[in-house]
Design a protein. Structure first.
Length: 195
């Protein structure tokens, strides 16, 4: 089915009378148990052919997010998956994150970027690459409180989406969490350290 919203077309695959949509890869589940992919029927919403290559642009993602929240309410969906992040969220959590952004608030990092804690306690992003071409690894600084690392990671996503790729060492001042030093070598993730 083709859906038109805000002048943009999206294709919805996996409806009852058509072939089923493939289950997305999921590494992180928020607000619900890790789903049994074999037991669920998935619908896939994707930008239409005229938007080829534009799926990572924020205006397209905004409209897709609005459509996803509305479709989830109509269909009583159990979860919303954001494929680039290998993430699935309870629809209420997705809506709670996305609606303030649609009204001009900060970027809804929990809806579009998964965070993984690494063995050394640092946080790594997944899904940010679609939005700005880089992922990050965030380490707590010597004086930083490790319990604030997850909140800092969410604020850092918002900052990076607003400012774009890190091409040279820079310092990001994040509201409510402080400063983060950022470095990146070509082709590698951003190395971020709380000051």
């Amino acid at each position: 089915m083709e859906l038109l919203a805000s002048g943009l077309t999206f294709d919805l695959h996996g409806l009852k009378d058509g072939p089923p949509a493939a289950a997305p890869p999921i590494a992180t589940a928020l607000g619900l148990a890790q789903p049994d992919l074999r037991e669920m029927r998935w619908l896939t919403l994707a930008p239409g052919p005229h938007l080829a290559g534009a799926g990572g642009l924020l205006p397209v993602i905004r409209v897709a997010a609005m459509l996803l929240t509305e479709l989830a309410q109509l269909s009583q969906a159990e979860g919303i998956s954001w494929i680039p992040a290998h993430l699935v969220l309870k629809p209420g959590l997705f809506r709670q994150a996305v609606l303030p952004w649609l009204e001009g608030g900060p970027f809804p990092a929990p809806a579009f970027v998964a965070m993984h804690r690494l063995d050394d306690g640092s946080m790594a992003s997944r899904g940010l690459n679609l939005l700005m071409g880089q992922e990050f690894i965030l380490k707590a600084g010597n004086s930083a409180d490790p319990s604030l690392l997850a909140r800092t990671a969410v604020r850092l996503v918002d900052w990076l989406v607003a400012h774009g790729p890190v091409l040279q060492p820079t310092r990001a001042i994040l509201a409510g969490t402080g400063a983060v030093s950022l470095e990146a070598e070509s082709g590698s993730p951003i190395l971020a350290r709380c000051d």
